[in-house]
Write a protein that binds this ligand. Structure first.
Ligand SMILES: [Zn+2]
Length: 352
């Protein structure tokens, strides 16, 4: 029987909103501390740490063996600060875990939900794996830092929230079709909480486009729900489905490094079309915010996208991803033509 916990899941990490937050790190983080960041970000933010007793670490390889070696050679460090978008925050989590040191996170972009996951996305022989465990002391969301970030990087963050729409559709679909994994039977209460986060994005299109305080709070609220992956017993079904499956397929096929929200939001549209549920609203939300998910905007040709769409079905089966509508759908030329004209219409409206 499908079950329903009938109560809200505890989720989220301690998050502080404010201004001038980076300047405070020197006053409360145990020195000497390590700032884990990207080389191109340090010139923009380094001045906030001037005079602080800290070392900097610029992210390079994220192969697990390399990170273990790096962690062992850091010398005396008493705390870790993550400063960046996705990767720096993941590496900061990893070092915090390996060295058992307190972690403070300062996102400079909201492009993915890396900051709201306990585990780090690292590589094992080139494959993405999620390892470790880190709960930050606090996450510092500085309105001015995020408002100063290139808008597309923040807009990318809607991918890790709108994907709840297709995640839930796939979950209900798998339950209905009798193809649900026994350990992940449908939990409508959890599904509804995910969909509420999607509604908040839909209702805050203008704020997110403008990246004003309310827009930043909306993104953070939705991304925080990423921690419910752990809270639900590592069940990913309410937060991910065909949306990310298309992204994995395209990444495997092309080896490209994407801005996360672009292929994921494209996957949201493809999944919505397959389920025939909410396509126009999702597309209108994404295009109105300003995130361009046309293949050419992410360096893909239509031929590459077509190949991705046509191989997604075999890919999700080969990799053994949880059952979704992508497992059962053959994407025809007609489907692809429909996708093409929907995207063209949505962005012609925006381009004008
Ligand atoms: Zn994601």
């Amino acid at each position: 029987m499908p079950h329903d916990h009938g109560q809200d899941l505890a989720y989220g990490f301690s998050t502080v909103f404010g201004r001038g937050l980076l300047d405070e790190f020197r006053n409360f983080v145990n020195p000497p501390f390590l700032v884990v960041t990207m080389e191109d970000l340090w010139p923009l933010f380094g001045h906030h740490f001037e005079g602080a007793d800290c070392l900097t670490y610029f992210c390079g390889s994220i192969e697990q063996d390399d990170l273990n070696r790096e962690a062992d050679s850091l010398g005396e460090v008493r705390a870790i600060v993550g400063l960046g978008g996705g990767q720096a925050l993941d590496v900061a989590k990893y070092f915090s875990w390996r060295l058992n040191l307190p972690l403070f996170q300062a996102p400079t972009a909201l492009s993915v939900n890396a900051v709201y996951g306990q585990r780090s996305g690292v590589r094992l022989d080139g494959r993405v794996v999620y390892r470790g465990w880190a709960v930050p002391q606090a996450i510092y969301v500085d309105y001015d830092v995020l408002a100063g970030c290139p808008p597309a990087l923040n807009w990318s963050g809607i991918g890790d929230i709108l994907c709840f729409h297709t995640g839930v559709l796939d979950w209900r679909y798998a339950e209905r079709e009798g193809k649900i994994e026994e350990k992940w039977r449908l939990d409508e209460n959890l599904a509804r909480q995910s969909l509420a986060k999607v509604r908040t994005v839909v209702e805050n299109v203008d704020n997110i486009r403008a990246m004003n305080d309310r827009g930043i709070e909306t993104l953070v609220d939705g991304l925080q729900w990423g921690t419910s992956y752990h809270g639900a017993g590592w069940c990913p079904r309410h937060i991910e489905g065909t949306d990310h499956f298309l992204f994995y397929t395209l990444e495997k096929l092309t080896g490209k490094k994407f801005l996360h929200g672009q292929p994921v939001c494209l996957g949201v549209i493809v999944g919505s079309m397959l389920h025939e549920d909410g396509t126009e609203e999702m597309l209108d939300t994404i295009s109105s915010i300003g995130l361009d998910i046309r293949p050419e905007a992410m360096g893909l040709t239509w031929d590459q996208l077509e190949e991705g769409l046509k191989t997604m079905r075999s890919y999700v089966k080969d990799v053994g991803l949880w059952h979704s509508i992508a497992h059962d759908s053959v994407l025809t030329q007609g489907f692809i033509a429909d996708l093409k004209s929907r995207l063209a219409r949505a962005y012609v409206r925006r381009d004008r």
